[in-house]
Write a protein that binds this ligand. Sequence first.
Ligand code: AMP
Ligand code: GLY
Length: 422
Amino acid sequence: MRALVIGGGGREHALAWKIAQSPLVEALLAAPGNPGIARHATCMPVAADALDGLVTLAKRERIDLTVVGPEAPLVAGLADRLTDAGLTVFGPGARAAAIEGSKAFAKDLMARHGIPTARFATFDAPARARRYCREVGTPLVVKADGLAAGKGAIVCRTLDEADAAVAECMELKAFGAAGTTVVVEEFLTGEEVSFFAFSNGHEALPLAAAEDHKPVFDGDQGPNTGGMGAHSPVGSFDTAMERRVMETIVRPAIAALAKEGAPYRGVLYVGLMLTADGPKVIEFNCRFGDPECQALMVRWPGDLVPQLLAAARGAAWPALAAWPTHASVCVALASGGYPGKYRTGLPIDGIEAAAAKPGIQVFHAGTALREGRLVTAGGRVLGVTALADDLSAAIQAAYDAVKEIRFEGMHYRTDIGRRRKP
Ligand code: AMP
Ligand code: GLY
């Protein structure tokens, strides 16, 4: 078969690396891809948000399976467009992708179906939102309803901060139209875990958990980023917890979407807080996490493509071997200054030496080729990913490989996988 991966970040490099290993796949394309993805796939210069161009490309190249990495094209209806063109796509249609595209939709769905989540209310008038903040009390979280590149959730310690967050979303329009509606919710405490399950429209397949590390500096200090690293599995997320999350959250959410005429086909990312009252949903996302995907793909048991196809086609799940007890760690190497301003075009050295070490994959995120030289081209540049017998061996292996890589201003956290528990 001929497969196409949409996107060009570290998540998509991990997906392309894994899909390229499948004996079912004879040709792999990526749009737009990146220099790392180009080692496994033919990269086509079509942006991940150019819906018309992507549909034309998939038809022209007679693609049998399109795998969509990022959320924006899914929320904008790429999967619907491909399906309408008679193509098979891994990733939900726009109505189901609204589980990420609209926090108000996701929260209402959870409320209607008794899925555990933070207490909340939705507002389109700032005065009402401010009044509700006083009712909930601090700390609380103000969230822009729509997609805001991971910056739309504002944790507020005081009512002054809450008032400012409401103003930022609704009056100053910091997130554009995404902030005209806000969700205000209670602050949850506990350990934060990302759990992933596939859905074929009506039935869920549990995968594995990973833990992201969002703040830019060690010890969870500094501003939030897209994710500075991840590890999998997560010690506190045992089989009993997985069963509980499947029964109280994942299956009810999949059933609710199917019942409401928006069957979910793809991967469901469940952002969880493991609270004293049990697991509660912080957010749903309609795609793999980045960098969680990198940590999951190196652990995935066997061929990924049969499960992608079953999800995309609404078919029964082919047998999936047990997940190995091996642990993985992905350490993001970022440009100095990220998530604020940073320079690009800086030469990168040492990737080959890092990748030659046992158990190491170096996934590209923000890289580019300039006159044949690999240079930095984004905030998160590379994801050095290690697979080893256990978490401490994976941490050791990942950081040993990181030492080989150099570019000016390179920044990374030194405590991925070693976070102190709350
Ligand atoms: P989100 O964009 O919804 O993933 O939120 C970004 C981050 O804000 C999450 O990863 C959490 O660390 C934090 N967060 C969001 N909602 C809550 C909540 N209700 N309670 C505590 N932390 C939250
Ligand atoms: N790592 C967080 C995300 O992908 O949303």
